[in-house]
Design a protein around this ligand. Sequence first.
Ligand SMILES: Nc1nc2c(c(=O)[nH]1)N[C@H]1C(S)=C(S)[C@@H](COP(=O)(O)O)O[C@H]1N2
Ligand SMILES: [Mo]
Length: 311
Amino acid sequence: MAESEATPESVYMNRRDFIKGTSLATLATTASLYGCGIGPTPEPNAPVEWSAIEEKSYPAKRNASYTLDRKLTKEDAAASFNNFFEFSELKSDPRFHAQTLAIRPWTVEVTGLVNKPRTFDPDDFFKLMPVEERLYRFRCVEAWAMAVPWTGFPLKALLDMVEPQSSATHIAMTTFYKPFTAQGQLAFWRPWPYTEALTIEEAENELTFIALGMYGHPLRKQHGAPVRLVVPWKYGFKSIKSIVKIELLDHQPMTFWNTVLPLEYSFEANVDPTVNHPRWSQAKEKMLGTGTIHKTLPFNGYEKQVAHLYI
Ligand SMILES: Nc1nc2c(c(=O)[nH]1)N[C@H]1C(S)=C(S)[C@@H](COP(=O)(O)O)O[C@H]1N2
Ligand SMILES: [Mo]
């Protein structure tokens, strides 16, 4: 299918905002901060920053249980087409502007309904968690897809360490809030910081992965360095980038896209070829880099591991 059939979230939002007539000035300010030369445009793909423990930990051993039905996406294709609204509404931009994000020091606070709340440094994860490499398919709600090697660990291992209380039903995750670095966050009509959430059962599923790296090295900043979520059976917007907080709750929280456009971006957001997005079909998907078209699979091909969660 043509990429143009899948109107990105951003185009629609802009149109809506224009119609409402509330945000022209802010759009212009944001565009000019980035576009009209307050500071130079950063170089794309700044060298990956390695900590000492990362130097020792890559390449991580690949877990052979997760295999692909298609070729891996070329790293450069994945790194040049990104949704990261904190930095830009254009997919070609995060590879430049995300490079300004400082990723050390960085902390991830794990809190809420847990017996052992704890704050982690990304390096702690290499010491405490079973870090491995997994090949996963990834499907954006906009009908593009990729197949990539992630390095990280199952979220369940982290939850086991902090001990969720029996009242916890959901897990919420939050991205950083730095509007002077990530100037997309100056768009005041959006519910920053970006948040996402899962049920506890989804969070504890074997597939739910916290990624620290990709393609055998630490994450590039446009992919959500230093720590992001990967939920391969759900549309890509669930896979929140650059996480600073994980909170266990006893209710379903608000999330970013579900708040902005609830009729288009459901909370559950499981990949389903039979349920079309209101503005385009979800029956097929186009691979980044090659443009190859594949049929979209129920649960993005992970039916065996997750279908039981939804019966
Ligand atoms: N914080 C944050 N996380 C985010 C997004 C975002 O804009 N901000 N975009 C989401 C969407 S829509 C997709 S498709 C994936 C894209 O991940 P990638 O750029 O690594 O391919 O990140 C998701 N995580
Ligand atoms: Mo997406």
